[in-house]
Write a protein that binds this ligand. Structure first.
Ligand code: DP6
Length: 391
């Protein structure tokens, strides 16, 4: 009788927020970028995707994926590319060792859960594809390194390749047409600079307007600023950022982070017709961060925005009162502060109008920190009969 066993493995994977931004593809099929990028991996205690990958002759006949209890389409080219690449590594492994179970061709069943709202501009695709690739690699017992897996996760979503590592991560754009050198590497582990904190002002938990995938395509096709960003601005930012991280130099880290966010959003504005990801609430967050830095007489807080209005503000633990405490004093009323025992501080010398806009427009705060890469877990989202676990 054919093998009826259900094989399975689980992992969690983190969100990452770029401090040197990826924006633009030179090959849309392979997700090859027009510039390198750097990100900080955020703690999975606050933001993570949990994924179980299973395969069995009793499943199918098709591969399937359930995310937050709803069935997803797996026929898209990105998911198919990940499945195909991982299967081919398993097939090679089985060919090299005849004692291994023949599971590469069995139908896959993937069950995934986010502990944060999907597509709220919180890099859910990064955590999602990193978890999917890591979980299947665990299922197939592939001896692949995170960098090797980053080549596969990149084809799911560009930024996902950086979520295979913890700490501070660079995605090197590479030069080859086949993408074999477009990979993620760790710049430094979380333990190198563990005092990095991130405060997220969730401006809107709705799905974003222009997706990053289509937004960056239009930017590449129409923006005249874009070429300079890819050829001159980002290569400089990469050198400065990697040095700032190695030296734990927040002044430089903060300046490059803010300039990078501004440069990326400038190319969005220069896209024709223009793309607006920042709104009035985002601009109020920029103003308040500027005031916090002015009051401190140096850069102690750094804002960054992805393809949506949410603000991510990086700071170091030693400045928790002057950054998170002051923002708590100014905004109050939101639950998130309690998760990290942030004491409200007197919000003096902040622009009153900007504070009011934030009060009206921020729906939630998330307090988190630099964190670890994917973590294997025995907690499964698929039960012994192969059914998704109901929560
Ligand atoms: C602004 O990785 O979501 O967050 O490769 O098309 O899936 P695709 O794009 P995606 O783009 C992320 C863009 C960004 C910047 C960044 O994370 O570097």
């Amino acid at each position: 009788m054919a093998d009826q066993k259900i094989y399975q493995a689980s992992t969690t994977a983190p969100v990452n927020i770029a401090v040197v931004k990826y924006w633009g593809k030179r090959d849309a099929k392979l997700n090859l970028p027009t510039n390198s990028s750097v990100s900080v991996t955020l703690s999975q205690a606050d933001l993570r995707t949990h994924t179980t990958a299973a395969c069995s002759a009793t499943f199918g006949p098709e591969d399937s994926l359930i995310l937050n209890s709803s069935t997803q389409d797996v026929s898209g080219a990105r998911t198919q590319a990940c499945f195909r690449e991982l299967r081919s590594l398993r097939t090679a492994l089985e060919a090299s060792d005849s004692s291994l179970a023949k599971i590469a061709t069995l139908p896959l069943r993937i069950v995934s859960e986010n502990n944060f709202p999907t597509a709220a501009g919180l890099a859910s695709s990064a955590a999602g594809f990193a978890a999917l690739v890591r979980a299947i690699a665990n299922l197939y017992e592939l001896p692949a390194s995170p960098t090797e897996l980053s080549r596969i996760a990149r084809q799911g979503s560009g930024s996902a390749c950086r979520s295979l590592f913890g700490g501070y991560v660079a995605w090197q754009m590479g030069e080859k047409d086949d993408g074999s050198d477009s990979l993620a590497v760790q710049v430094a582990p979380a333990s190198h600079w563990p005092t990095m904190r991130a405060l997220i002002l969730v401006v809107s938990a709705e799905k974003k307007g222009v997706s990053s995938t289509s937004g960056m395509q239009i930017t590449v096709a129409t923006s005249k600023l874009f070429k300079r960003r890819a050829e001159v601005v980002v290569p400089e930012s990469m050198l400065l950022m990697e040095k700032a991280i190695k030296e734990k130099d927040f002044q430089s880290f903060g300046e490059v982070t803010m300039r990078e966010s501004n440069s990326f959003h400038a190319t969005c504005l220069d896209t024709f017709p223009p793309i607006f990801y920042l709104n009035d609430v985002s601009r109020a967050a920029i103003r308040v961060v500027e005031d916090i830095n002015k009051n401190a007489g140096k850069i102690i807080a750094a804002y960054t925005f992805d393809a949506g209005p949410n603000a991510v503000i990086y700071y170091e633990e030693e400045n928790v009162d002057a950054v998170a405490g002051v923002l708590n004093g100014a905004l109050g009323g939101l639950d998130g502060w309690k998760t990290r025992d942030i004491e409200p501080q007197n919000p003096s010398n902040l622009d009153a109008r900007a504070v009011q806009v934030l009060k009206d427009g921020v729906s939630r705060v998330i307090l988190t920190s630099v964190g670890e890469g994917p973590i294997r877990t025995e907690e499964s989202l698929i039960d012994a009969t192969g059914a998704p676990v109901q929560k």
